[in-house]
Design a protein around this ligand. Structure first.
Ligand code: M6R
Length: 358
């Protein structure tokens, strides 16, 4: 039940530190990751991973690609299930398929899995629902353990999908004897993430103020980021569109100047995410470009790169896992933008919780 919460979405945002702790318990043995060895073996043998999903789960896959390539050292292709299903790319010699789906029922993903099975290729479903269709039809399953997600807008399943992909990446990297994977202190990172999420959740009033100040009357907005922040920008934009009906575009920070910057005018809200050490300074330059055209810039910045005047300082964790913490203010600002407009946050118009048509 919602308990004292007005909406499930906020309850589910608040639950994320607890989900991280649950995953820490169930997927670790001491400091070591614990994953079904059959899954690890199958994936370690693969020469390319294909991640298929839709919506928020697709965005979690974009983050997962970065984590898996870094720590398991296998190339990853991320596809929209709806596109992939009817336009299979040329596959590698030893493909391994990962289906990300909160519900485990998404029709677009089922279409792809059906063809994967026809070709007798190995697959893994990461889902929040035990016994769901995608789970039953895939070779393997890993559960997200996020607890029931009721709000149409996916929040805790997104961070759980990132976390479970990281667990798998570390397990596979260790199996391949990679130093990077062995030295990746994931248990500690999960603890830092849980703590950081809690800090951000506790500071939610600040996000409410930002939503009131910048998002109460605007018709459009932008999200900018580079690297994994670009992936989170796409997710932040989807969240904002979905629950507050503000037309929002997630953009690679440097790409804006190649055309879309023409849309920036006085008062256009631009949320900028900075966690990437390689590009933090460059993204500051992109902020100046939009600010000088009148944008209202909000900055969500990792502690190490934060400057005076940044709106949200994100607790510092491993760059590849930073979406776990960046997601919190991105989810909260969508929540408040919707609630402050008096909308039904949990049941946005035209949407259903699981999409079982193609
Ligand atoms: O259940 P799934 O994860 O397969 O659902 C995929 C999308 O339909 C879902 O993430 C959708 O985009 C959410 N409403 C986003 O908040």
């Amino acid at each position: 039940s919602k308990g004292t919460y007005e909406f499930y979405m906020l309850k589910e945002i608040d639950e994320q530190p607890a989900v991280m702790r649950r995953l820490s318990q169930d997927y670790f043995d001491g400091d070591d990751v614990k994953v079904d060895p059959a899954i690890v073996d199958a994936m370690a043998q693969s020469d390319r991973i294909y991640i298929l999903a839709a919506g928020t789960s697709y965005h979690a896959g974009l983050v997962g690609k970065n984590i898996i390539e870094e720590y398991a050292d296998i190339p990853v292709e991320v596809g929209l299930a709806s596109e992939f299903g009817y336009h299979f790319p040329k596959l590698s010699k030893k493909p391994f398929f990962i289906f990300l789906s909160q519900s485990g029922e998404t029709a677009d993903s089922r279409v792809v899995l059906k063809q994967v099975n026809e070709r007798n290729l190995p697959s893994l479903t990461m889902t929040n629902v035990e016994g769901s269709t995608l789970s039953r039809e895939a070779t393997y399953t890993m559960l997200l353990e996020a607890g029931p997600e009721i709000a149409v807008a996916s929040t805790k399943a997104y961070t759980a999908q990132i976390a479970v992909q990281a667990i798998l990446a570390k397990a596979v990297g260790e199996k391949k004897n990679l130093e990077k994977a062995k030295n990746f202190d994931l248990k500690n990172q999960f603890a830092l993430a849980a703590e950081g999420m809690q800090e951000l959740v506790d500071g939610k009033e600040k996000i409410d103020e930002l939503a009131k100040k910048y998002l109460s009357t605007t018709r459009n907005a932008f999200y900018l980021g580079r690297g994994v922040d670009y992936a989170v920008a796409l997710e932040g934009a989807l969240k904002l569109k979905e629950v507050s009906y503000i037309e929002t575009e997630g953009f690679a920070a440097a790409e804006l100047k190649h055309g879309t910057i023409a849309l920036i005018e006085k008062g256009t809200p631009v949320i900028t995410l900075i966690n990437d050490p390689a590009t933090a300074d460059l993204t500051r330059g992109n902020i100046q470009e939009v600010e000088s055209r009148g944008a209202n810039v909000m900055t969500f910045v990792a502690k190490d790169f934060a400057r005076e005047g940044d709106d949200v300082v994100l607790p510092q964790i491993d760059y590849y896992l930073s979406p776990l913490v960046t997601a919190i203010p991105a989810q909260l600002i969508a929540y408040y933008a919707s609630k402050n407009k008096g909308l039904d946050v949990d049941k946005p118009r035209n949407l259903a919780k699981s999409v079982t048509v193609e």
